[in-house]
Design a protein around this ligand. Structure first.
Ligand code: ADP
Ligand code: ASP
Ligand code: MG
Length: 461
């Protein structure tokens, strides 16, 4: 079996969906399970819709609903699948689901986390029905299977945690007969349901995570992540046009990169692959013959050749919290008390650096910042700085290469670096800067590390 995951741009137009169908067709002998995202941009529109409905703006929300539905209808018509009776019925169900979720927001008087997920899940519901209809039109046998029947999660809406063992049993029971009957199952990425049957989502970009989760549940050796880039690149191509494709990455490298913001993979994607030793391949659906980037446990290239740095990622919109306490910082129990506050507000800490009297932390999710600060202020003095970014250099080669921090400081003499940390994994080096300095810093580092003399066994130059 093979898992094929298609992202938003890969299903963003009729032409893109036709290309996807050809890719699926080419993988038929491997018994594919197809995991799809919503049409690119639709989840953002659904997020707006949920918020507008939450604000009680009925007219605006009607207009946006119409816009969302019109976009789907136009693609369906262009694909020539508008007479597919299964799709017609499913589309009607999707419209009802959406209208009901929006009505529930009005009736409730405000947006709840549960209703938010009910609204934003509808994008994947539509595409997961459109793809099988497009495959049927090509003469293939394909059915949508609702991932809410397969993927059981906890009830943390919009950041749901999968319940692996329970999901595995359902998934195998439901999907095995479909696959052995020669039918291509298509499921929604990003979507699951909790024990009460309520729709949950895995966090933005979560379809990648669905793909490796389903791969692990079904024992698939390969998960293909089809996106709009030629693979994992040496930097975000929207900042660095000259970014190069990386031929191969280890699990550790890719996991660090995903965690530190490379949007091409959701941060949790690699965890199931690591545990079940699957190979993840990042491919371009616009360029399907291209080899992409293979991610697996070990590198096929001799590690001594692995280069100093393989890729540069960044995460913006961060807040730095600096905690100062001359009396208590080194006292036993202080750190535990400090981190208990972040734990209480379910706020993950990305980067930590400590000195004799201060500890500096970065957080991504500032939803509960005020409460966190007021509780920290009870045990120490605290300073908050917003609009910061982490830059992260990743590569197994960092383990062996001396002097990289020195090189970075040398290159960035005109830039304020707030803190620096060599990751515990030894394969990442991260530092905090002002968000406004990001483009300059990333481009300068990319020029330095990837501007010339690239090893063509590691990078596609
Ligand atoms: P999909 O809809 O297929 O899931 P995403 O938009 O989530 O696609 O992820 C692909 C995007 O990730 C690319 O278009 C690119 O802008 C961005 N990206 C950021 N960092 C990298 C990187 N290092 N390599 C490749 N793409 C990256
Ligand atoms: N459609 C969802 C999002 O935009 C999930 C995904 O694309 O992976 O976040
Ligand atoms: Mg994505």
């Amino acid at each position: 079996m093979i898992i094929l995951k298609f992202g938003g741009t890969s299903v963003g137009s009729a032409a893109a969906i036709r290309r996807v169908c050809e890719i699926i067709k080419s993988r038929l002998p491997k018994q594919p399970l197809v995991v799809t995202s919503a049409i690119g941009g639709i989840t953002n529109k659904l997020v707006s819709l949920a918020k507008i409905a939450g604000a009680g703006e009925e007219e605006k929300s009607k207009r946006l609903t119409l816009e969302i539905l019109t976009k789907h209808r136009a693609i369906i018509r262009e694909l020539g699948i508008d007479a597919d009776t299964q799709l017609i019925a499913a589309f009607e169900t999707g419209v009802q689901m959406l209208n009901m979720a929006v009505d529930n927001i009005y009736n409730n008087g405000r947006l709840t986390d549960e209703l938010y997920d009910a609204v934003i899940s509808v994008g994947e519901f539509f595409t997961a029905h459109m793809l099988p209809a497009a495959l049927r039109r090509m003469g293939l046998s394909s059915e949508m299977t609702d991932s809410r029947k397969l993927l059981l999660t906890d009830s943390s809406f919009s950041a749901a945690q999968p319940l692996f063992e329970a999901s595995k049993k359902r998934t195998q029971d439901i999907l095995a007969p479909i696959v052995s009957a020669g039918i291509v199952p298509v499921i929604q990425g990003f979507i699951g349901s909790d024990q009460d049957g309520r729709t949950t989502t895995l966090g933005r970009g979560g379809s990648d995570y669905s793909a490796t989760l389903f791969g692990a549940m079904l024992g698939a050796p390969i998960v293909e992540i089809w996106s709009d880039v030629d693979g994992v690149l040496t930097a975000d191509p929207s900042l660095v046009k000259e970014a190069h494709r990386i031929r191969h990455m280890t699990f550790k490298e890719a996991a660090e990169l995903a965690y530190f913001g490379a949007k091409v993979l959701h941060p949790a994607t690699l965890a199931p692959a690591i545990e079940h030793n699957m190979t993840v391949i990042v491919l371009n659906s616009m360029n399907p013959e291209f080899p992409g980037t293979a991610i697996s446990k070990t590198s096929p290239v001799d590690p001594s050749l692995a280069g100093r740095v393989k890729s540069i990622a960044y995460k913006e919109g961060l807040t730095v919290i600096t905690v100062m306490s001359s009396r208590m910082l080194m006292a036993h129990g202080f750190m535990a008390r400090l981190f208990a506050i972040f734990e209480k507000y379910k706020t993950a800490v990305d980067l930590i650096s400590t000195s004799e009297v201060t500890v500096s932390l970065t957080i991504d999710n500032a939803t509960n910042l005020e409460q966190i600060i007021s509780e920290v202020a009870e045990i120490a003095s605290v300073k908050v700085e917003k609009a910061k970014a982490i830059v992260c250099l990743v590569g197994e080669g960092l383990k062996r290469t001396k002097g990289i921090p020195g090189q970075i400081f040398g290159l960035l003499q005109d830039t304020h670096i707030y803190s620096i940390s060599q990751g515990a994994s030894e394969i990442n080096l991260s530092f905090v800067i002002d968000e406004a300095d990001l483009p300059k810093v990333i481009i300068r580092l990319h020029d330095y590390f990837f501007g010339s003399d690239l090893d063509s066994r590691i990078f596609a130059v």
